[in-house]
Ligand binder design. Structure first.
Ligand code: FAD
Length: 412
């Protein structure tokens, strides 16, 4: 059931799993639990699904996991399949073109799928409506969480005043500023980049100029990333990401003349660009020091945040949600020892540090490399990878996130 503040019950069943946040990760965790007939209550601060342009890239292992809960077909019907993507130099053009077909023996989905994250959320919400054991409560902001040996208690701010929700377990999927994480005995250390990322969206079609549907465009002064997503009317929207000085005032960055200058600097064309969205994001690299504190658990951006180059953050959060809910279900339904949840922490936190953080930091360092010798060395590596099928497969296993899932699953 999807309920508003007015219609919600004052307290959830005490044997429920409480989930803070109806973002992509919270809704995925909810669906995985609901499908196992485990009662679940999702508490979401917003009045509706957050639909700012954020994630748009879905990697192969994510499609494999969603196939197990019958969501992948729906995603494939709505998104764009990207079979190859380009690495470019902003001044000289294509450096390497990566054919994801090299993963054919490793996954039934040897491609990336471009589909906006809020559309995935709506698909998951539709599915959740069919499970009476699941409530999704909008306008329910978790403000405090306590726990004892028996369960958890969440204080929730609603339009009807403060309410208390009781549950056996609670999963914090409430994003980078997670209130659940703040109620746990964990740190969220790492760093924030000095620049922000600006995303401009336009219907102007870049494909006739040789661009792939996904492109990373290196430059020491102003790198870009260019992607095509289906867009609101599913006729296609191109998103261009640029780094911007964190000190520049927002009005200056969003100023029409400045936006046009930036777009024309990237790709000159006759007449103005029709820029339909402009968004600015702070960018951080952080991982929680533990994903479990007793009955409180973390998944998604509440557990780890990273820069979006490589399109990994949300995918990684999905992988958390599938891993965690399988273990939590074993504890709740089959009486498994709750030490299994420590294994979730070990598996997913280790790969967040070893793999997600390392890869995304490296992606940003490479795209903005200002040492010409290092840059050429990197380009030569990419050319060698793209030209050799075995090297390409091994590279793609890493950047398409297959290696991270395998590594996590191998951790005891
Ligand atoms: C520009 C950009 C591009 C990106 N591109 C990609 C990409 O291509 N691929 C990829 O994998 N990742 C990408 N990411 C990362 C991706 O957007 C995030 O990893 C993803 O949103 C994380 O999902 P989540 O559900 O953990 O958190 P969120 O999406 O942040 O959702 C958290 C939810 O919790 C709610 N909430 C917050 N506080 C509370 C509270 N106290 N009580 C109740 N509810 C609360 C919020 O309203 C929200 O609905 C990108 C990010 C950005 C900024």
């Amino acid at each position: 059931m999807i309920l508003t503040a007015k219609s919600s019950k004052s307290a959830a069943q005490s044997d429920s799993v409480l989930i803070a946040g109806a973002g992509p990760i919270g809704l995925t965790a909810a669906l995985c639990l609901a499908q196992r007939r485990i009662p679940v209550t999702v508490l979401e601060a917003g009045a509706k699904i957050f639909d700012d342009p954020r994630a748009g890239t879905i990697h192969p292992p994510t499609l494999e996991m969603f196939a197990d809960i019958d969501v992948t077909e729906m995603m494939l019907a709505r998104g764009y399949i990207v079979r190859n993507y380009q690495y470019r130099d902003r001044r000289t053009g294509v450096v390497a073109d990566f054919d994801l077909g090299a993963l054919t023996d490793d996954t039934p989905y040897p491609y990336r799928l471009m589909l906006e994250q809020h559309k995935i959320c709506y698909m998951l919400l539709e599915r959740l409506k069919t499970y009476p054991c699941c409530d999704v409560l909008m306008e329910h902001r978790v403000t405090a969480v306590t726990q004892d040996d028996e369960g958890v208690s969440a204080t929730v701010e609603t339009r009807g005043g403060a309410k208390t929700f009781l549950g056996r377990w609670m999963i914090g999927c409430d994003g980078g500023r997670s209130q659940v994480r703040k109620s746990m005995n964990v740190e969220f250390s790492g760093f924030t980049y000095p620049e922000r990322f600006l995303i401009l969206s336009t219907r102007y079609d870049f494909e006739p100029f040789g661009y792939a549907l996904t492109n990373y465009i290196a430059d020491p002064d102003e790198w870009c990333a260019l992607f095509k997503v289906p867009g609101h009317d599913e006729r296609g929207v191109w998103r261009v990401a640029f780094p911007v000085d964190a000190q520049s005032p927002v009005e200056e960055i969003f100023n029409e003349a400045a936006v046009q200058r930036r777009m024309q600097g990237f790709h000159r064309k006759d007449g103005d660009y029709d820029v339909i969205h402009r968004n600015l994001y702070d960018v951080h690299q952080r991982v929680a020091s533990c994903y479990r504190d007793g009955r409180l658990l973390l998944a998604g951006d509440a557990a780890h945040i990273n820069n979006p180059l490589g399109g990994m953050g949300m995918n990684f959060g999905f992988h958390d949600a599938f891993n965690l809910t399988e273990k939590l279900a074993a504890v709740i339904r089959d009486g498994a020892d709750d030490a299994l949840l420590d294994r979730y922490d070990r598996q997913r936190r280790t790969v967040a540090q070893e793999y997600l953080q390392r890869q995304t930091i490296e992606n940003k360092r490479n795209i903005e490399q200002n040492d010409p010798i290092e840059r050429e060395k990197f380009y030569d590596e990419l050319r060698a990878i793209a030209a050799d099928r075995a090297k390409l497969r091994s590279y793609l296993l890493r950047v398409a996130m297959i290696e991270g899932v395998r590594r996590a699953n191998a951790i005891d």
